[in-house]
Design a protein around this ligand. Structure first.
Ligand SMILES: [Mg+2]
Length: 202
C-alpha cells in the first residue's frame, strides 16, 4: 500500500472553474488581452506565467498575474470542494497514509482554500519561482522529500495531462481524476469520483 498520496488542487479537490472564469473576465476588462476564457482554461495546471507564455503574452505579465490573482481571491468563496472530498481525505488518513498537495495555484489562495478543510497535509507545494512548475517533476519531488517518502510509496492524483507527465518524470504512480477538467488519458488509471480512492489504495 502507498504511504503518501499527493493531490493536484483545481479540478481534483476544488471545483474552481467558475472562480477562474470570473477572474479571467476581470483580466479581459482591465488589460489588452483578448483571448477567450476557454483558451486560458485549456492550459490550466501550469503556473500562470507559463500559461501566458503559451498564449503568446510576453509583456506586462506580472501586472496581469496580479490582476488575475486579486480577482480570483475576491471570488474565492465561489470555489467549493467536490463532494466527499473531506470525508475521503479523513478516510485515507485513517488508513495511515500521509497527504500532500502539489498545485500550480499560488500559495496565498491555496492556503486560504485548504484551511477550510481542516486536514493535515505533510507538504503543500505551490509555484515558488525557484523550481520548475508542472509538467516538471520538481514540486512532486520536494513534496516526497518533505514527507520523507520514496517515489515507489507515493501516488499522485491529477486531472490534466501535465499532472500525468509530472508524475511520470517524478517516477511515481498516477491516477486520473475523471471528475476534473482535463481529457481522459489513454492507458492511464482513472477514477470516476474521489470517494473511490481509498479502495484504489488497498
Ligand atoms: Mg487540476
Amino acid at each position: 500500500m502507498k504511504r503518501l498520496v499527493l493531490f493536484d488542487l483545481d479540478g481534483v479537490l476544488l471545483h474552481s472553474k467558475e472562480n477562474m472564469r470570473q477572474a479571467w473576465d476581470v483580466v479581459l476588462k482591465k488589460t489588452s488581452i483578448d483571448q477567450p476564457f476557454e483558451a486560458y482554461f485549456a492550459l490550466i495546471g501550469r503556473p500562470f506565467k507559463d500559461i501566458m507564455a503559451h498564449l503568446g503574452v510576453t509583456s506586462d505579465v506580472e501586472r496581469i498575474e496580479k490582476i488575475y490573482m486579486t480577482a480570483s481571491f475576491d471570488f474565492l468563496s465561489q470555489a467549493t470542494f467536490f463532494p466527499k472530498v473531506k470525508d475521503t481525505l479523513e478516510e485515507i488518513l485513517d488508513m495511515g497514509i500521509k497527504l500532500g498537495v502539489v498545485t500550480s495555484k499560488d500559495a496565498p489562495r491555496t492556503k486560504a482554500v485548504l484551511a477550510q478543510l481542516e486536514i493535515r497535509f505533510v507538504s503543500i507545494q505551490c509555484p515558488s519561482g525557484r523550481f520548475r512548475g508542472k509538467p516538471a517533476p520538481d514540486h512532486l519531488l520536494i513534496a516526497m522529500a518533505e514527507a520523507g517518502e520514496d517515489p515507489a510509496d507515493t501516488l499522485f492524483v491529477g486531472d490534466m495531462e501535465t499532472d500525468w507527465q509530472a508524475a511520470c518524470r517524478a517516477g511515481i504512480d498516477y491516477v486520473h481524476a475523471s471528475w476534473g477538467y482535463g481529457e481522459p488519458l489513454k492507458s492511464v488509471p482513472a477514477l470516476e469520483c474521489v470517494s473511490q480512492l481509498p479502495n484504489h489504495l488497498k
